[in-house]
Design a protein around this ligand. Structure first.
Ligand code: FAD
Length: 396
């Protein structure tokens, strides 16, 4: 699209992370013109999702992104789930190892070649929204862009949301810390499957994923409910990280052989939250701009894609029929049955998983004793006949 001649688009998207980029890709496949605006031309390396679930990848493939995924991601054919130094089971869902920023950049590159999409590297200085049309003023470019719908995909940052009168409700403050680090294999290192999930479930540490990267190294993601003021987090970050992990899980290396934690620890601290005050005309929030869940449930990308799939069902009709985008019309996106059920599931999951690891109520303490000390058959009997192991509903 020639920007100088026509500055009106069907959809304006602010934020070109995974949510904004996949939305731009999807709308352009529906024949809609899109302006995708991000502060940065190139997404610099950042620590986020490094392993994407098979379900999310399947949805991305359905959206036509399969070729891009195969260029940058490494399939992990099998995952061994390890508890107490023993392989409990091997799963065959094919997750993918890929740093998210690489997938975002590859998607952006391909969008730059798409005649229906203008990728604009700029900061939005001001916004006007309403049922009939939206206008954003670009700071560097000093020009206005107009569109029928504004999609806000600015992630967890609140700066842009303030411009449009959207606030954040914190559901669980300092909920979790996720760590990413290179894993340095020892001479006897060997994974029992393409990747492993090691259950720790002690002192606020939930589990750790270890997997190869597309570059041929090994990465680990450690999911914890620590925060910066916890002694255990300080010990992990400032002390001997490998020794601390061995203390938490003495049989940690039984099934993998020896390894040590590499020099650079990356940490993502998350509060679980949701936006409020978005019931306004003209714009919708997607991905982390709508709300942030806990990385421990490994479903952040699925949630992003669920939002995009929901919009895919309605936006082409809104544009074709020139529907006034009133809060009532946009409510059909937020209250779409599948989207709402998924949202409820991921938020419940975020809170429930934490309770199981950190809460000191009799129920959760008993649960942990059973988990660590009963043999598997007795555990199964307990959960089936005596325990109230209420699972959160299966994700739709
Ligand atoms: C530590 C950590 C680990 C995680 N691990 C996993 C995992 O293993 N699996 C999983 O599925 N999910 C995981 N997640 C969740 C997942 O990474 C996020 O849900 C996902 O990245 C959200 O994507 P997004 O596009 O909504 O936001 P972001 O990725 O934050 O993208 C927002 C974009 O908006 C741009 N932007 C912001 N403000 C403006 C502005 N004013 N103007 C223009 N552009 C702007 C930014 O430059 C950025 O490109 C993890 C999250 C964290 C924090």
């Amino acid at each position: 699209m020639d920007q100088d001649q026509d500055q009106r688009y069907d959809v304006l998207i602010v934020g070109g992370g995974i949510a904004g980029s996949v939305a731009a890709w999807t709308f352009s496949r529906e024949g809609l013109s899109v302006a995708l605006i991000d502060e940065r031309d190139f997404a610099a390396p950042f620590f986020r999702a490094e392993r994407i679930s098979s379900l999310a990848i399947a949805d991305l493939r359905d959206l036509g992104l399969g070729e891009l995924i195969d260029e940058v991601a490494l399939p992990l054919e099998t995952t061994a789930v390890i508890k107490g130094g023993k392989v409990q089971r091997i799963t065959h869902e094919v997750d993918y190892s890929v740093p998210l920023w690489q997938l975002v950049n590859r998607t952006r590159e391909s969008l730059k070649e798409n005649p229906l999409v203008d990728f604009i590297s700029d900061v939005v200085a001001s916004v006007k929204t309403g049922p009939e049309g939206q206008t954003v003023l670009l700071k560097k470019g000093q020009r206005e862009l107009c569109g029928k719908l504004l999609v806000v995909a600015t992630g967890a940052s609140t700066a842009f949301l303030k411009n449009i009168g959207v606030a954040r409700e914190i559901i669980s403050k300092n909920h979790s810390s996720t760590f990413g680090f290179d894993l340095i294999p020892g001479p006897d290192f060997k994974l029992p499957a393409s990747s492993v999930t090691i259950r720790i479930c002690r002192e606020g540490a939930d589990y750790m994923n270890v997997f190869p990267t597309p570059e041929g190294n090994y990465r680990a993601n450690l999911f914890t409910y620590w925060n910066a003021s916890d002694a255990v987090q300080k010990e992990f970050v400032k002390g001997d990280s490998t020794a601390l992990l061995k203390r938490l899980s003495p049989s940690l290396m039984n099934t993998t052989g020896s390894w040590t934690v590499g020099d650079t620890l990356e940490c993502g601290a998350v509060s679980v939250m949701k936006s409020t005050g978005y019931e306004q005309p003209g714009f919708v929030l997607i991905g982390d701009a709508y709300g942030r869940i806990c990385p421990c449930c490994g479903r952040g990308i699925n949630k992003v894609i669920r939002d995009v799939l929901t919009l895919q069902k309605m936006v082409p009709d809104w544009i074709a029929d020139d529907v006034a985008l009133t809060p009532e019309v946009l409510a059909s996106y937020y209250h779409d049955d599948t989207r709402e059920a998924y949202e409820e599931w991921v938020y419940t999951q975020s809170l429930t998983l934490r309770e199981r690891i950190v809460e000191s109520t009799p129920k959760q303490v008993l649960r942990r004793i059973i988990y660590h000390h009963l043999p598997p058959k007795l555990q199964d009997f307990y959960w089936k006949h005596l325990g109230s192991r209420k699972q959160v509903p299966i994700a739709p």
